[in-house]
Design a protein around this ligand. Structure first.
Ligand code: SAH
Length: 368
């Protein structure tokens, strides 16, 4: 008679405490958890057989019970500028994107926190996708593990790493999935594992004001805020979350953000939309609003997607805006979208591959 495969538990994404509890229940000595952690997050091992400091019998028993998994790659693309985009599929068939952006002196991995998004920002392609669920801590960590595999980045301590920085700027609103994001980031920051310091991690939010202080106090990562407008009237339209947490409240939370200083500034993202928010008067108002906040501004030319109700301003309009912000003493680089030749806006890789599918009740919606 054929034995059915026994259900396996994936060890990736468990906290150290959870990993220790799994191993204790399994009868292994406590220090084995530390050894396993090292194999998983420092060495990138996916096969228990490679764990040479564990007895053969233990390795076999571990392999029968556990897996060290990775999300499945549905599509992997490399752009002419070196940007890589992966469309990943998780165990339940849901998909999300991860993007690697190489630069001269660093490499940034843009990680998703949800499948889809509930915020429905009108310029954002991800908001057009109906299906939404939170990613688990394992699925968030899994994106980084997968990128490390693909870039040949093990062991962790290697010099000239290509994944030096992490930005939570992919699909989803990380502060509507705080617990899983926090758990994932703690694993990512663990110095005996992936070892990416909080100073190299940036969490981007559309402005979930009540959660912002916790990010600073509990995680201490860099904060980015998707501002995009200087009046509530316009921001209500672009970022509907503004109706709940208006600009003044959002900026107050930024003023109080623990750890923000001139050396560690809060990034304000501002997507440039032609004729909507790109005037020089708005640039001046932006400068006035940011007064007193250790800030830098990222100007993001609108990245178009089919059917989008916006256009990207001219280079001259973007530069004129940038010059005003810069003259007021803020860094205001124009962040030209990378990897445009392989797919444009974030979320589009996923939409391109979308099959008709059933909408399930949203797990994320009730955390609003
Ligand atoms: N929900 C979070 C993180 C995801 S969005 C947030 O709102 O910050 C990451 C960034 O991409 C945000 O600044 C978002 O406003 C921007 N963005 C989304 N769609 C875009 C588009 N089509 N063109 C340019 N930037 C876009």
């Amino acid at each position: 008679m054929l034995a059915l495969p026994s259900p396996v538990t994936d060890l990736v994404g468990l906290s150290r405490t959870e990993l220790a509890a799994q191993l204790a229940a399994f009868g292994a000595e406590p220090f084995r958890a530390r050894q396993l952690w090292h194999w998983i997050y420092h060495r990138g091992a996916t096969d228990f057989a490679a764990m040479s400091n564990l007895a053969k019998g233990l390795r076999d028993r571990l392999a029968d019970t556990y897996a060290i998994g990775r999300p499945a790659v549905v599509r992997a693309q490399i752009s002419a500028d070196g940007t890589r985009k992966w469309l990943l599929r998780f165990a339940d068939g849901q998909e999300a994107e991860t993007v690697h952006i190489p630069e001269e002196d660093r490499g940034t991995l843009c990680v998703s926190s949800q499948v889809g998004c509930t915020l429905n920002c009108t310029f954002c392609h991800t908001g057009t996708q109906l299906l939404v669920r939170n990613l688990t801590a394992a699925e968030i960590v899994g994106q980084i593990m997968l990128a490390r595999d693909a870039l040949g980045e093990w062991p962790s301590a290697k010099d000239d790493r290509q994944v030096t920085n992490i930005v939570l700027m992919g699909m989803g609103e990380p502060l509507y999935n705080y617990d899983n994001v926090a758990a994932a980031l703690k694993t990512v920051m663990d110095p005996e594992g992936l070892a990416i310091s909080r100073r190299k991690i940036t969490l981007s939010t559309a402005g979930v004001v009540p959660m912002i202080a916790r990010v600073g106090a509990e995680l201490g990562v860099n904060l980015a805020v998707s501002l995009h407008a200087v009046t509530d009237e316009l921001r209500d339209r672009l970022v509907p979350l503004n109706r709940k947490y208006p600009i003044a409240d959002l900026l107050d939370a930024c003023r109080r953000y623990p750890g923000a200083s001139n050396a560690r500034r809060i990034t304000f993202e501002y997507v440039m939309l032609k004729g909507v928010n790109d005037s020089q008067a708005e640039a001046r108002e932006l400068v006035r609003l940011l007064k007193g906040i250790p800030a830098k501004v990222n100007l993001i030319p609108f990245n178009p997607w089919p059917g989008a109700p916006y256009e990207c301003p001219t280079g001259a309009a973007i530069n004129a805006f940038s010059d005003i912000v810069f003259a007021a003493g803020y860094s205001a680089p124009v962040r030209t979208p990378r990897g445009r030749d392989i797919s444009a806006a974030c979320g589009q890789l996923k939409s391109d591959s979308l099959r008709p599918r059933r909408t399930v009740p949203s797990a994320a919606a009730d955390s609003v």
